[in-house]
Ligand binder design. Structure first.
Ligand code: URA
Length: 282
């Protein structure tokens, strides 16, 4: 690297760090072919422009004022605190931990921490992916369009989201409790940061059966991908029988195609019938 390149690099680096002025030695000014302009004194010696080791014998003129605007430094990866240990938390402590969670980047954009809906003693638990815009605004899972379909499915099972009667009640939660911007899938680190809360919810509710809604719930709770092949077959989540099925937002994608909509709903309904059978076993 020539001396001039070295100087330019040092100046740009300082510019990037927000340093507005650099005091140049007469020697360096000569190297850069610049006229000296009055510059404010730097506040500390450490901020002073360090002269390069070797002057170049040939000094092409460089106008640093025409330098391209400084590009912001690549933002350092955010460091988040590790998720708290909630493995023995009661409901109050668990909810408090969720509501104050700052353990992943989703805390920066959320309006609500969407913890749960339904009855904490329900024998049937639904697990979705994460809040969308409506859920983020209302603080309740599955209240948007997909939620309305889920509510109808729950009704078709003879159950009721608002009921506290174990014969009818359900409990609803998500893999992540804060909305991923633009409804993207949760990132692995976001799911990982949130999973301890969900595991504790499962342990406290102790449902008889869990329904995993879609790929994200399947992936984060079992490590398996592929809802197409997994749906309709019993697996276990935290030692509890779990039925993977399609996410309601996948189903409503077919709303404009009557046959596909009907066929996809039918598959979900077959999965939910297995769930109802399991719930009625002693
Ligand atoms: N989709 C989900 O997976 N969860 C919600 O709460 C809403 C939409």
């Amino acid at each position: 690297m020539t001396v001039i390149e070295q100087l330019i690099r040092i100046v740009r680096e300082r510019q990037r760090r927000g340093v507005k002025f650099a005091e140049l030695s007469p020697h360096n000014l000569a190297v850069l072919g610049m006229r000296r302009t009055p510059v404010p004194a730097m506040s500390t010696p450490a901020q002073r422009f360090a002269p390069p080791a070797q002057p170049s014998p040939v000094a092409p003129a460089v106008d640093l004022s025409a330098a391209p605007p400084a590009t912001p430094p690549p933002s350092a990866p955010a460091v988040f605190p590790p998720p708290p240990d909630v493995s023995s938390a009661d409901w109050d402590a668990l909810c408090q931990a969720c509501l104050s969670c700052q353990c992943c980047g989703l805390c920066a954009t959320r309006h609500s921490v969407v913890v749960e809906d339904g009855c904490r003693t329900a024998p049937l638990m639904f697990i979705g992916e994460g809040p969308g815009a409506d859920e983020d605004a209302q603080g309740v899972p599955f209240v948007g369009r997909a939620g309305q379909l889920l509510t109808r499915m729950i009704g078709a099972m003879g159950r009721d989201r608002a009921s506290a009667d174990p014969a009818k009640a359900v409990y609803i939660a998500n893999i992540v409790k804060c909305r991923p911007p633009g409804n993207r899938n949760p990132l692995p680190e976001e799911g990982k940061a949130c999973l301890g809360y969900l595991h504790r919810q499962i342990a406290l509710v102790k449902p008889k059966v869990i329904v995993l809604l879609g790929n994200v719930a399947l992936k984060f709770l079992t490590g398996r991908s592929g809802i197409m092949s997994a749906r309709g077959k019993w697996i276990e989540v935290c030692g509890i029988p779990a039925m993977p099925t399609f996410h309601p937002s996948y189903v409503i994608r077919f709303e404009r195609d009557a046959k596909q909509f009907h066929d996809t709903k039918l598959l979900v309904w077959q999965d939910l019938q297995q769930v109802m059978d399991k719930l009625s076993e002693n």
